[in-house]
Design a protein around this ligand. Structure first.
Ligand SMILES: *Cc1c(COP(=O)(O)O)cnc(C)c1O
Length: 443
């Protein structure tokens, strides 16, 4: 697929990819990076500044991935780099409590009302894994409800009908996840309140928690219907179960308090536990889970639910994360909203002009384009899109110096650093990409 644009144009990346493929499966340390669903040679990046990244061949791109979310202020933001430099000068890790982690936890608690207490981990996967264990420990129940197309990291139990790379490669599940693990997980269609009610009616008193992305954004962006998350809270609580909203991607990105600030804060409901990652690490490995103090109090050393991490609360990661969060001011959120709106509209207009059927879907400043005629409310609908048209669109944009997520199932990420110049480069690249998509789609 799409071998039209390949090794000759990017000799340094091609050479690195050949070396990487010998020592690492597929040449990558996380699957979507490998370009398998769009074809061609993955670009090996060497540096980034503001909205731009530069690959090993010296080619510059406007970056619309932003490390999948953390680079909300743009690459190499001076405040974040300076915080990291200062922290590095004091030593890398102590395996004791430290100053930075207290400040990061205080910042998180101050921004998100349902989070009375929080614990730091090193990835989003760890956060959701720990939140589920805690929910089971708190309720004494074993079943978990999740939604098809929602991605919660690569926790065994949560890989059932997951989004992100699992969606990109159309894997039903992962090999190596045992039937006894997934037997505890009830997978339901997203945005389907009746299915959730029916699941609770069928298993009263046996479901520990519902876990949901606060807005689905790993099957492309599929916002929750108005009142959907509120209904999840109501149904879970009526049965004594917990609601876990996964804000690893949306947390501190969609607003000061993430998706919760656009939903629960306004509609008057709250999750019991929440999970975070990406933005709170500023580009370094950090995750977190938090929520009601009575639930968090069951964690070791206070309670019987064990959870730990050698590098949890690491001083460099927490310094980067705190600087990143402090940089996320109201003005930054306004800029993100405006930029996302502009870029989304530009892309949609270009596709419309080329006659390519598509849907622009948004959740706050996260958006994606489905190469499909109909609006998408769930994973079954998401999978109806034309990924061949997306691949052609992607490669044309890449050729023109715009780095989109290399999958039709991922959100596009803008940053505080995406300025007029970066936006006009995107605008210039779009018409040719839309025509390429039209040709691939046969319209
Ligand atoms: C990225 C993501 C995760 C996993 O985080 P990692 O740091 O990659 O382990 C979990 N949930 C959601 C919603 C995500 O977007």
């Amino acid at each position: 697929m799409n071998d039209h644009f390949d090794t000759a144009d990017v000799p340094a990346s091609a050479a690195l990819f050949a070396r990487a493929s010998k020592v690492t499966p597929g040449g990558v340390n996380s699957p979507v990076r490998a370009f398998r669903s769009v074809g061609g040679t993955p670009r090996f990046m060497v540096s980034g500044t503001g909205p731009y990244i530069i690959d090993a061949d010296g080619k510059q791109y406007v970056d619309l991935v932003g490390s999948w979310g953390p680079m909300i202020l743009g690459h190499s933001h001076p405040d974040v780099i300076e915080a990291v430099r200062a922290a590095v000068g004091r030593g890398l890790s102590f395996g004791t409590p430290g100053v930075g982690e207290v400040a990061l936890c205080e910042e998180i608690v101050s921004r998100v009302a349902p989070v009375e207490q929080v614990r730091l981990v090193s990835s989003g996967t760890e956060a959701t894994m720990s939140a589920i264990r805690l929910a089971r420990g708190f309720t004494g129940r074993s079943k978990i409800v999740k939604f098809a197309g929602c991605y919660h990291g690569h926790v065994d139990a949560l890989l059932a009908s997951a989004g992100s790379g699992v969606a990109t490669f159309a894997l039903p599940d992962s090999a190596g996840v045992t039937a006894s693990t997934t037997a505890e997980v009830i997978v339901l269609p997203y945005n389907d309140v009746e299915a959730v009610q029916a699941a609770f009616d069928a298993e009263p008193g046996r479901i520990a928690a519902i876990i949901t992305e606060a807005s689905a954004a790993n099957m492309g962006v599929v916002p929750p219907h108005r009142g959907f998350n509120a209904a999840l809270a109501r149904i879970a609580h009526a049965d004594g179960a917990l609601l876990i909203t996964d804000e690893v991607m949306t947390g501190f990105r969609l607003s000061r308090s993430g998706m919760f600030g656009l939903d629960g804060e306004i509609e008057g409901w709250a999750p019991d536990l929440m999970t975070f990652g990406k933005v709170i690490g500023g580009g370094l490995p950090v995750g977190a889970f938090g929520g009601r103090a009575d639930i968090m109090g069951l964690l070791a050393p206070l309670g019987p639910v064990y959870q730990a991490g050698t590098l949890s609360g690491n001083p460099i990661s927490t310094a980067a994360g705190l600087a990143n969060l402090i940089g996320c001011t109201d003005a930054v959120y306004r800029h993100l909203d405006e930029t996302a709106s502009t870029v989304g509209d530009l892309a949609s207009e270009a596709l419309a002009a080329a006659g390519v059927p598509h849907r622009l879907q948004r959740a706050g400043n996260l958006f994606s384009l489905f190469f499909a005629a109909d609006e998408v409310h769930n994973y079954d609908q998401a999978r109806l899109q034309d990924t061949t048209a997306f691949a052609a669109f992607f490669h044309s944009m890449l050729d023109s110096g715009v780095y989109l997520p290399p999958s039709a199932y991922e959100a596009w990420f803008v940053s505080a650093a995406h300025d007029e110049a970066a936006i006009s480069r995107i605008a210039d690249a779009l018409p040719a990409a839309a025509r390429a998509a039209a040709t691939a789609a046969g319209v």
